[in-house]
Design a protein around this ligand. Sequence first.
Ligand SMILES: *[C@@H]1O[C@H](CO)[C@@H](O)[C@H](O)[C@H]1NC(C)=O
Ligand SMILES: *[C@@H]1O[C@H](CO)[C@@H](O)[C@H](O)[C@H]1NC(C)=O
Ligand SMILES: *[C@@H]1O[C@H](CO)[C@@H](O)[C@H](O)[C@H]1NC(C)=O
Ligand SMILES: *[C@@H]1O[C@H](CO)[C@@H](O)[C@H](O)[C@H]1NC(C)=O
Length: 424
Amino acid sequence: MISSIKALLLLTASVSAAPAARNLLTPKLVKTPELKGVALDPNLIRDSCISTYELIDGRVLWLCRDTIILKNQSIPYYFEHGQLFGGGAAGLVSSSASWSDQGLLGPDFVQPPPQQGQKDVTSLYPAQLTQYGGSSIYDQDLAYVPYQPDECDGIPAGTSGGNCNDGTRYALWPDSPPVVTNTALDGTVTMHLYLRVPHTGFLRIVDFYPPCSLFKLTYTPNTDKTVLPSISLVAQDFFPRYVFNYGDFAHAKDPLGQTLYLWAQSFQGNYGLARVPVNAVEDLSQYEYYYSNGTGWSSVQPNVNQTEAYVDIGGLGASGQATIYWNPFFGQYVAFGQLEGEFVANLYMSLASNPEGPWSDATLVYSFPTGPSGNGYTLAAHPEMSLLPNEIYISYTGSSDYNNNTNDQVYNTPIYKLTFGLGL
Ligand SMILES: *[C@@H]1O[C@H](CO)[C@@H](O)[C@H](O)[C@H]1NC(C)=O
Ligand SMILES: *[C@@H]1O[C@H](CO)[C@@H](O)[C@H](O)[C@H]1NC(C)=O
Ligand SMILES: *[C@@H]1O[C@H](CO)[C@@H](O)[C@H](O)[C@H]1NC(C)=O
Ligand SMILES: *[C@@H]1O[C@H](CO)[C@@H](O)[C@H](O)[C@H]1NC(C)=O
């Protein structure tokens, strides 16, 4: 059902025109992507994981969409004891967060401990990047991103999925990761998360013009490594209905880390771009919006119907998210994601010297295996994991069968390492 909703969203997105402009040297893969392992918290089955583009206290901070909380790390238990609320799982939350560790050369891939559950998943991969932390939150069936009273939390009782009595849902799904907005001398890291508040029903969209909330996360260095950053709402409707959900689709800092660029994708399949000083993200008066009709940056906030404020990212856009960042090896901004209208794990890349564009036509980098569901999405880059900027870790949401039963599929998150060179 989760996949079907996303497929529906894709159908509503129209294909936008893409300008073509290229630099002389183009980043190209110099070898076949290397399957490093699977990102996994053995207690959870998770959809659509992404991570913050800077390390937090030397670690990776993950954020995922719908998360099934397993009993005893047991997928067999989950499937053999009936459906989610029939006792097969402890619960489902619409978002969860966790950490993973870094080694000297990159992500700290390990062999799963013998006593660990989810062998059905880990046996398919050469190693595991262990995700951990947050059990004090999800053990209470709470989502990491907190619900507000008017967002239908808590029905059915005991879940934090944003389900309403009328069968509709507010799925608070993180589409782009928290962005680091301050690091204090004592190591306290402040982050902000832009999150669209969609209202959907089964295979339908209730609100085609949803608002966007802004959250603040605070990480205080802690000897207990399982403690996650605290998260609180800065403003509901920070970007109100009918305005682009800036920062929900993607965001990128300039090379100096002073300006934050924020992309939005509307349910109509159009894209908007805003910018704000990194140290002023909570101050709406400091935001500027890009008008592609020749006006450039303006403090006048457009609505999603104004074609003058539409931008393009080379045709990227499926599943409502992309990873965009300044890559010093490429000497350009790079956008990784899926092509609009695709629902398989095809990684596309587009490049631009400026966030405003022009962005190159997205080109296919690699087609990853999707698993038995045939679906692949949330193709996410993890720039913070790399030792060198031409080595890029990519994860995505795929699937695997439990016990070779095609009716019993679980999400999983493979991670590949891609190595780029520059070529003509
Ligand atoms: C979890 O495992 C423990 C120890 O094997 C067992 O006592 C308990 O009943 C299990 N719980 C569930 C829900 O399967
Ligand atoms: C671009 O669109 C905005 C909003 O409609 C308008 O105010 C502005 O004058 C336009 N600029 C040009 C150069 O047409
Ligand atoms: C945008 O267009 C839609 C469809 O025509 C309309 O329902 C909506 O009211 C418009 N919103 C604004 C702010 O103009
Ligand atoms: C699933 O099928 C494969 C290929 O036929 C087989 O090697 C494997 O043992 C099967 N796994 C289970 C759990 O039955």
